[in-house]
Design a protein around this ligand. Structure first.
Ligand SMILES: [Fe+2]
Length: 221
């Protein structure tokens, strides 16, 4: 029985309340993927800022915050040893890792029906050129919140120190996203990120680079 299958009975047991079960699931994910907690909160912060740049409603921004916080929850099904691998993953390990968006969607499906939350979890690794996963959606087939979370996720991953890569500067990260606009990332989302970077030049965006913890609570203010 796989780790994923072993967890199914607990995750699908009858909840005292959906909110309680979702909070429990979130805590279990953060305990499983310790680095993922900081990453998830920073992605949520940045995704909400991007959502504000699209003038999304407060309700939609709240859903984006929840979806972005849980976007990698499917990594609960990925062994911690794989998540912490310092080198290049094997093809077999990659196969497991690439399943995390669909498995995350499955994990939250009994608890969350909100389309924004679900789309951020399931489709944050889709690419606008149709070469992403799990469903190979293309362009506007990918809901805007998922395109927003994809950009926020990539930016945060680039500026973070990981076992397999050194942190990049905010300027380098922006340059890479611009290079991939229109192929991997939605061009408009990248454009708004560049504008956001300029509009808050100085304190906010660099804080994600040099003091990631300090940036965590700001989206909720
Ligand atoms: Fe992911």
């Amino acid at each position: 029985m796989s780790t994923y299958e072993q967890r199914r009975p607990l995750l699908y047991s009858r909840p005292r309340s959906e909110a309680h079960e979702l909070a429990t699931l979130t805590r279990r994910y953060f305990a499983h993927d310790f680095e993922g907690q900081t990453h998830a909160r920073n992605v949520a912060w940045l995704a909400v800022r991007l959502g504000q740049a699209f003038s999304l409603s407060r309700q939609d921004l709240l859903a984006i915050a929840v979806g972005a916080t849980l976007h990698d929850v499917g990594k609960l099904t990925v062994p911690a040893a794989v998540l912490e691998t310092p080198g290049v993953l094997t093809s077999e390990e990659w196969k497991v890792v690439r399943k995390h968006p669909a498995r995350g969607d499955l994990l939250v499906s009994p608890l969350v029906r909100h389309p924004i939350v679900r789309s951020a979890i399931r489709w944050h690794h889709e690419r606008v050129d149709g070469r992403g996963y799990p469903d190979r959606l293309r362009g506007s087939e990918i809901p805007l919140p998922a395109r927003i979370v994809a950009v926020a996720d990539a930016y945060e991953a680039l500026i973070a120190a990981r076992p397999y890569s050194a942190p990049r500067s905010a300027a380098d990260a922006i340059a890479e996203l611009v290079d991939c606009a229109g192929s991997q990332f939605d061009s408009e989302c990248v454009r708004r990120l560049v504008e956001l970077d300029r509009s808050i030049a100085g304190p906010a965006m660099p804080d994600l680079t040099c003091n990631r913890e300090a940036a965590l609570p700001r989206y909720a203010a």
